[in-house]
Design a protein around this ligand. Structure first.
Ligand SMILES: Cc1ncc(COP(=O)(O)O)c(C=O)c1O
Length: 400
């Protein structure tokens, strides 16, 4: 069976993790700090804070923003549940907006959804394609007069915050720049299936105006990721340094040095090895499917944006979920693993009583048509050919 998205684990990954295992320090420490520094250099972000997942990274940042009951946060209806779950955890209301044909949030829908309660927008660089950042910034400027802050940091912001769910998009480009500095915060995921993995992990790139002290914000996030403890475990090991305070009942979502060691190996080879390989696979799929009338290829780049090639999502020419499911069954029967990204939020039990899929026609259409194909560093040319053949045979059987 051709797998869907296995991680690239080689001797370099094993050596790096082994070195940390032998070092006597395996939780948050020097490797995590080094990974944060190198991520900031790669992404151009003002500062980076790493934790145990994109989900907890987004949630921590929203907590720092003081988002809570009564606040609204705009999210796409077409995304993974984490984007909206973090808003729910804070007692705020996710306001869902439809997407464009390219799977990214529709700026016009965002503009229409802003109210006096809107405190943040969480767009998603879905599949790795950056959202329309400039258009979202214009909306935030246009709607400034509606904004009514109710926390200290919201007051300092003086406008809606742009907190990008960049789980898929490390290494993607917007206007020729690698993503990391295009929003107030851009939160990457280093989950096992992601382009750059630490097994589990997340990185918040934050870019705040001069009115904020980035080191203070970093300390706030770091402290709250460790129960609100005023010293981390490494600092406490220094002679006579055992005593600490807890400044607020915090959370526990720190990144470990084992994870960061893996991340450092992944980051070193990301630009020159991982991304070009992913791009080559995506372009080979584009070539093959561009001549197939039943398969619509995804948008990978336009004049402003270039994907990170995280997910390769084709759309089958049908308006009937059953046909898409039948195509999947037949592809899998040919020993090729595929996936669907995503079942839209309004169709999930956690959200279906408050949101209707009929309000999000593009989301509904894309979901009925979408199939994600294998894309990963170790996919061989012959396996790539097998995937293409399995997709084409299966699609032809079902649609002709
Ligand atoms: C769009 C999106 N957002 C958020 C997440 C959550 O990432 P993590 O598993 O690092 O919390 C994922 C994970 O798949 C995702 O696809």
């Amino acid at each position: 069976m051709i797998p869907f998205s296995p991680p690239r684990i080689d001797q370099a990954s094993i050596d790096a993790v082994s070195e940390v295992l032998r070092s006597g320090w395996i939780t948050t420490g020097p490797k995590t700090k080094e990974f944060e520094r190198q991520l900031a250099a790669y992404t151009g972000a003002g500062r980076v804070f790493c934790c145990n997942s994109n989900t907890n990274g987004m949630e921590l940042f929203l907590r720092w923003l003081g988002i809570g009951p009564g606040d609204e946060v705009i999210v796409p209806a077409y995304t993974y549940c984490a984007t909206a779950n973090v808003v729910m955890h804070l007692g705020a209301t996710p306001v869902m907006v439809d997407v464009l044909d390219d799977f990214t949030i529709d700026p016009q829908g965002v503009a229409a959804a802003v109210t006096g309660q809107t405190k943040a927008i969480i767009p998603v660089d879905l599949a790795g394609l950056p959202v329309h950042y400039d258009q979202l910034w214009e909306i935030i400027q246009d709607k400034k007069s509606l904004y009514s802050p109710n926390s200290e940091s919201q007051n300092q912001f003086g406008r809606i915050a742009l907190v990008s769910d960049s789980a898929h998009s490390i290494g993607a480009r917007y206007k020729d720049e690698i993503l990391g500095s295009q929003a107030d915060a851009m939160v990457f995921s280093f989950h096992a299936v992601k382009n750059l993995t630490t097994a589990e992990g997340g990185g918040i790139c934050f870019n705040l105006g001069d009115e904020f002290n980035l080191e203070e914000v970093y300390t706030w996030l770091n402290t709250r990721s460790l129960h609100g403890q005023s010293k981390d475990a490494l600092a406490k090991t220094a002679a006579g340094n055992w005593e600490y305070d807890v400044v607020e009942a915090g959370w526990k979502c720190n990144m470990t040095d084992l994870q960061a060691a893996l991340g450092l190996v992944e980051l070193h080879r990301y630009h020159d090895e991982t991304l070009p390989k992913r791009k080559a696979i995506a372009l080979a799929y584009q070539d093959a499917f561009s001549v197939n009338p039943h398969v619509r290829e995804p948008l990978l780049a336009d004049s402003e944006r270039e994907s990170s090639y995280h997910i390769y999502p084709i759309r089958i020419a049908c308006e009937d979920r059953a046909k898409r499911d039948e195509v999947i069954k037949r592809i899998m029967a040919r020993d090729v693993s595929v996936n669907v990204h995503y079942k839209p939020l309004p169709l999930l039990s956690a959200y279906s009583s408050s949101y209707s899929i009929e309000d999000y026609p593009k989301t509904k259409l894309i979901w009925q048509q979408e199939i994600s194909l294998p894309i990963y560093y170790d996919l061989s040319d012959s396996d790539l050919e097998r995937v293409i053949e399995a997709v084409e045979l299966s699609v032809d059987e079902v649609l002709t």
